[in-house]
Design a protein. Structure first.
Length: 258
């Protein structure tokens, strides 16, 4: 039932944003605010995105949160000087503005020593792929791998990981050209609820592009506006085709409120 965001839907979102007094916005990063890059470090915010985030956060009626799968070090390096909240590693780490990073719950990472060699084996035998180890997860990226080969390898890795993940009570996530294993007790939806818990908001907005954002779409209030960047299926209310479309919508919200 998810609709492509059309002029009528967009107008409704803009009108509700304009008349609201307490707003909360949850935005994924890669694929949602920026394009995808071969290496994580290449996706640094450009000047236009920097200004967009500053303008959104300068409005005292707004609370803006970036909820990303990225590690906290790179996310903090790029966005720590903004008046916004951050969530890293799919909700495992949280911080607001200049506060220190915190975890939602204690998270066991002893499993990493058992699964790391498997990830490394696939990286070594699959040209163009590499392993990214975060505090609470391990990810295998294959964006630069020849497509025919990556289609085979990702199925093999999922097959090899599945019994081990089940035995260790871990979650396998498949994102945009990445397979990641993490603790299932944290996700973007729980992080969003934590950020919302202190106050009541009359406008809630979320945007994301892959499966990890579905937890956020499902757990937010029914009246919240949720936008999937990319085609359905999705639990989001609407979808747009590209990150540029999402940025355009955010700019329209800013103009309407001024």
């Amino acid at each position: 039932m998810t609709e492509l965001l059309n002029d009528e839907n967009e107008k409704k979102i803009i009108e509700d944003y304009k008349k609201s007094e307490k707003r909360i916005l949850f935005l994924d990063y890669d694929g949602t605010l920026v394009s995808f890059y071969d290496r994580p470090g290449m996706a640094k915010p450009d000047e236009a995105l920097t200004q967009l985030l500053r303008d959104l956060s300068f409005d005292v009626r707004n609370k803006v949160f970036i909820i990303s799968g990225r590690n906290r070090y790179l996310l903090g390096k790029w966005l720590n000087n903004f008046n916004i909240g951050l969530s890293a590693e799919h909700g495992a780490w949280l911080k607001y503005n200049g506060d220190p990073w915190q975890t939602l719950i204690p998270i066991d990472t002893a499993w990493k020593k058992d699964l790391r060699p498997i990830f490394e084996l696939y990286a070594d035998t699959t040209p163009g792929s590499y392993v990214e180890e975060k505090d609470f997860s391990i990810a295998w990226h294959y964006r630069k791998t020849y497509r025919a080969l990556s289609d085979i390898r990702v199925k093999e890795l999922r097959r090899d990981m599945l019994p081990k993940a089940k035995a260790l009570h871990l979650q396998i996530l498949e994102g945009q050209m990445v397979l990641e294993v993490k603790n299932p007790d944290v996700n973007k939806g729980l992080a969003a609820l934590r950020f919302m818990s202190d106050e009541a908001y009359d406008f809630s907005f979320s945007a994301g592009d892959d499966r990890t954002d579905e937890d956020m779409f499902k757990l937010l209030p029914p009246k919240a506006y949720s936008i999937k960047v990319g085609n359905p299926p999705t639990a989001a209310r609407y979808y747009v085709r590209t990150y540029s479309d999402l940025r355009s919508l955010l700019h329209k919200l800013l103009r309407a409120a001024n």
